[in-house]
Design a protein around this ligand. Structure first.
Ligand code: NAP
Length: 254
């Protein structure tokens, strides 16, 4: 039983893993023996994250590409598969936020959000799943959100994308579980990352959040690792299409 959470030698690609939640998740998988593949759009930041892993004695690889660019996604994933090895774990984490009252929401920001938060998940999962399907196994974890279930003022388009990621997770399971793939989601509550800097800097929001969350606090990104290790490891071998909330109880309480 003690080995069911181990990930030794498994190649793990996490999109958007040069900082924030993605970086914490990739580090957590590496601590269980996985080989990290770092992705974001900026090759210098990707290389810096790889260097930081290697300074800890962990062999890591860089795969800088923009998840919204179909050809870049396919080229990046095929290059890893051909030159490094099979991607056995994929976490679709790259995501963006934009805040504005819905009646004034700029159309170009609507398209940016959909392109990154939902089309990026589709393109990356499809490119990796094609390899996983041939092998008859693979773990895909899609990063959803409290906003997969609940809306908040000023972020309606983000809410739409995260609801879509939740249901795309179910659709991927429905289409790909028969090939031996497992596709699940993690729905984080509120974590202090650059994406949330405007909220972190707002004492009124922090007070509201701490009061609204049954656990009475923000989450620490390291607290998402357990869920990712579970869903990436043999421990979850019959879990499929599930979205696991890691949110201090905020989505079960009014
Ligand atoms: P973050 O700190 O802003 O990090 C986002 C990462 O995604 C960065 O590494 C960024 O790197 C990368 N990225 C953005 N667009 C990309 C693209 N088109 N292609 C490749 N990489 C891209 O955000 P975070 O807070 O860690 O959020 C990570 C995920 O968790 C997101 O999906 C977010 O919606 C979700 N989430 C966050 C929270 C929270 O409380 N923070 C709560 C629920 C859900 P570059 O900009 O260098 O490309």
């Amino acid at each position: 039983m003690s080995d069911i959470f181990r990930l030794d030698g498994k190649l793990a690609l996490v999109t958007g893993s040069s900082q924030g939640i993605g970086h914490a998740l990739l580090s957590g998988l590496a601590a269980q023996g996985a080989i990290p593949v770092v992705n974001n759009r900026n090759a210098e930041r990707t290389a810096a994250a790889v260097k930081a892993f290697e300074e800890q004695g962990i062999k890591a690889y860089a795969a800088p590409f923009d998840v919204t660019d179909k050809h870049a996604v396919e080229d990046g994933i095929n290059a890893i598969e051909e030159t490094v090895g099979p991607i056995e774990i994929l976490i679709n984490n790259a995501g963006i936020q934009y805040r504005s009252p819905l009646e004034d929401f700029p159309e170009e920001q609507w398209h940016r959000l959909l392109d990154t938060n939902i089309t990026g998940v589709f393109l990356t999962a499809q490119a990796v799943a094609r390899h996983m399907i041939k092998r008859g196994s693979g773990k895909i974890i899609n990063i959803c959100s409290v906003q997969s279930e609940l809306a908040r003022p000023g972020i309606a388009p983000y809410t739409a994308t995260k609801g879509a990621v939740r249901n795309l997770t179910r659709g991927m399971c429905t289409d790909w579980a028969k090939y031996g793939l497992q596709i699940n989601g993690i729905a984080p509550g509120y974590f202090k990352t650059p994406l949330n800097q405007a909220l972190v800097d707002n004492p009124e929001f922090s007070a509201w959040l701490e009061n609204r969350t049954p656990a009475r606090r923000w989450g620490n990104v390291e607290e998402l690792v357990g869920a990712a290790v579970f869903l990436a490891s043999p421990a979850s071998s019959f879990v499929n299409g599930h979205v696991l909330a890691v949110d201090g109880g905020i989505t079960v309480s009014v």
